[in-house]
Design a protein around this ligand. Structure first.
Ligand code: FAD
Ligand code: GLY
Length: 366
């Protein structure tokens, strides 16, 4: 019987499993086994707390705390797995195309300065100097050198290998139907192939966590579909992450140029549509006219797990031994290291590294 059962083998579940196993616990990860169905597989890999936050709130603090862990965490994963997750600290440039959006960037910059983060205001000429291949007419921009990127599919491979190296049993082909409990204490899970006993169960199964029976309180989440694509750039087009309006571009070292992403309320539908892809292709050519002749490399979709307030659900649930780590919405790749630290602390009976009240599993109960 494992000490801990982790339900879900996306970035959140694997990060937790690896960290808990490093404490000497026996851990089993259960996952249906199709990696392409995980939001983690679909992600762009931006590690961007500054450009994802509108105010200095608990969510921003959580993201910033996770980013502080990233360099060491990614380095350890690489050493343990022998695989490179392509963690890259080349920064981010956010550009504006109107007076109004420039003012919004300036406002954000002000509170982020107060919170101790460095950023630099840029004129259109500065933007041109920093990124000569950006052909969009801009009113200005903000450079945040402290925002980074990682390559999610490589990160998942590295995490899986690090889990195996740490003695985690990763069982593919295992969909959990229900969490089992007796006298208010977790006793295991029921899967499609049988029951597995365990006194601690971590729910880390992304947007489908809501389908698992026996949870208390109920987990409520909605899927937010992201259509995303990549082009093959014959030369590196950008030196850093680029964001504008609701779009972004992520340049990989091997020439892949990721263009993201839609954010749609489409239930569990994961279809790629002409409207979604058309919008992304138009946006890519808008930011850099050079992209018009690039080959389209890949198109894909993923379902972001979104709670009603957009914050993750982290902490002890209503049954002893049951822990939630879900609802990471747009930032699960960024939030993986801090989520792993939080869940490990809860399992070890230690104080978590951040206050968990804003993320409490029972906050939606009436
Ligand atoms: P998932 O990755 O979805 O993993 C859940 C796993 O649980 C899956 O493997 C699933 O098969 C399994 N599962 C489901 N049901 C069961 C069950 N009953 N039993 C067992 N296993 C089960 N985040 C960032 O930080 N930066 C980004 O740049 C970024 N870009 C994104 C771009 C797009 C287009 C999308 C869609 C998302 C993006 N995200 C980004 C968000 C990020 O991908 C998610 O927040 C994160 O992947 C959630 O991870 P997870 O492990 O909770 O869920
Ligand atoms: N964080 C980027 C996205 O969710 O598309």
């Amino acid at each position: 019987m494992p000490d801990v059962i982790v339900v879900g083998g996306g970035v959140v579940g694997l990060s937790i499993a690896q960290a808990v196993a490093a404490k000497g616990r026996s851990v089993t990860v259960l996952d249906p086994g199709d990696p392409t169905s995980a939001a983690s597989w679909a992600a762009a890999g931006m590690l961007a707390p500054l450009s994802e936050s509108e105010r200095p709130d608990a969510f921003f603090e959580l993201c910033a705390a996770s980013l502080r862990l990233y360099r060491l965490w990614a380095g350890r994963l690489q050493t343990q797995s022998g695989l490179d997750p392509e963690y890259d600290e080349s920064g981010l440039l956010c550009v504006a195309t109107s007076k109004q959006s420039l003012n919004a960037l300036k406002k954000r910059m002000a509170w982020q300065h107060d919170a101790g983060f460095s950023s630099e205001f840029l004129t259109p000429e500065d933007v041109q100097r920093l990124e000569p291949n950006l052909t969009l007419e801009v009113t200005g921009g903000v450079h945040t050198p402290g925002e980074f990127q990682v390559r999610p599919r490589r990160l998942l491979e590295a995490l899986k290998a690090a889990c195996v190296a740490s003695g985690v049993e990763v069982q593919a082909g295992q969909r959990v139907r229900a969490v089992l409990h007796e006298n208010e204490q977790v006793s295991g899970v029921e899967t499609e192939t049988g029951n597995i006993s365990g006194e601690c169960v971590v729910i880390a199964s992304g947007v489908r966590s809501t389908e698992i029976l026996g949870l208390r309180p109920r987990l409520r989440m909605k899927a937010r579909k992201g259509q995303i694509l990549s082009l093959t750039a014959p030369m590196p087009l950008f030196r850093r992450l680029i964001r504008w309006e609701h779009s972004y571009m992520v340049q990989r070292k091997d020439g892949e140029l990721v263009v993201g992403a839609t954010n749609e309320d489409a239930g569990m539908d994961r279809n790629i549509t002409p409207a979604g892809i058309g919008e992304l292709l138009a946006r890519a050519q808008e930011i850099s006219s050079h992209t018009a002749s690039f080959a389209i490399r890949e198109m894909w979709t993923g379902l972001r797990p979104a709670t009603a307030d957009g914050l993750p659900v982290l902490g002890h649930a209503g049954i002893r031994g049951l822990i939630y780590a879900a609802g990471h919405y747009r930032n699960g790749i960024l939030l993986a290291p801090i989520t792993a630290s939080i869940v490990t602390a809860l399992i070890e009976g230690e104080a978590p590294p951040v206050a968990l009240e804003p993320f409490a599993p029972d906050r939606f109960e009436v």
